[in-house]
Design a protein around this ligand. Sequence first.
Ligand SMILES: NC(=O)c1ccc[n+]([C@@H]2O[C@H](COP(=O)([O-])OP(=O)(O)OC[C@H]3O[C@@H](n4cnc5c(N)ncnc54)[C@H](OP(=O)(O)O)[C@@H]3O)[C@@H](O)[C@H]2O)c1
Length: 245
Amino acid sequence: METLSLEGRTALLTGASSGIGTAAAHALAREGVDLALAARREERLNDLADDLAEYGIETLVVPTDVRDEESVEAMVDETVERFGGLDVLLNNAGLGRGGAVESLSTEDYRLMQDTNVDGMFFATRAALPHLKESEGNLIFIGSFAGHFPRPSNPVYAATKWWTRGFAHSVQASVGDEDVAVSVINPSEVRTEFGSASGESFEERFGEGEVTEPEEIADAVVFAAGQQNSTVSELDLYRRDKFENF
Ligand SMILES: NC(=O)c1ccc[n+]([C@@H]2O[C@H](COP(=O)([O-])OP(=O)(O)OC[C@H]3O[C@@H](n4cnc5c(N)ncnc54)[C@H](OP(=O)(O)O)[C@@H]3O)[C@@H](O)[C@H]2O)c1
């Protein structure tokens, strides 16, 4: 079975201002996908839109805080209005904060829940009617931490277990309407992830040590390009991950 040409399709990416989201924007743009770019840092999104002009695609910058229900609904509405529909939602915006349960502040707990759980729910809810119409793809960025217990940050891990549980259950409810739901689970990726605690993963790991955002972006394109089936789950781990749990 051939994969679908993505040319002329429309994707909405959350967390497009950095890391995996920015890399996915380049990878999808290279395939001819028109893109709505969402995150809080508008200047970053504008710079990205300028960079993507080289691919000859259409872009829309939609500054959005995924924790804010109304902001997320406006993000989807604006995208659909601009492009006439929506084929792919990449639910990618997310973060990790703090660590051990006893010392985790309520603020950091809520920040992770609000962003990684509520944000993905709000975006999914707003996008689903349009994805049903286009028989499109809903793609979540999960994590290695959503598959295995994570002693160093149980709450972050729990948000990613939620992501996987939600994604597969949504697939169960909308599969007969031809919406494909995928979860892509990276282990460490060299992005700005972790920068709030002082050192980002791109600073902490050298090139070749862990996964590059472009590798996750390729997985997004693969998931978005399935014509008939769904890429239910795709794990991309650093090769020594099981030695460094
Ligand atoms: N890097 C890793 O090792 C790794 C491994 C497994 C899974 N992941 C997951 O991959 C996803 C992307 O992370 P990354 O590694 O690319 O990290 P990153 O470079 O820090 O990017 C995170 C993105 O999320 C956006 N974001 C955060 N809070 C937001 C909010 N309230 N509203 C809208 N956007 C928000 C940020 O944009 P603004 O700040 O501009 O809003 C940024 O674009 C996350 O879900 C993360 O949990 C990462």
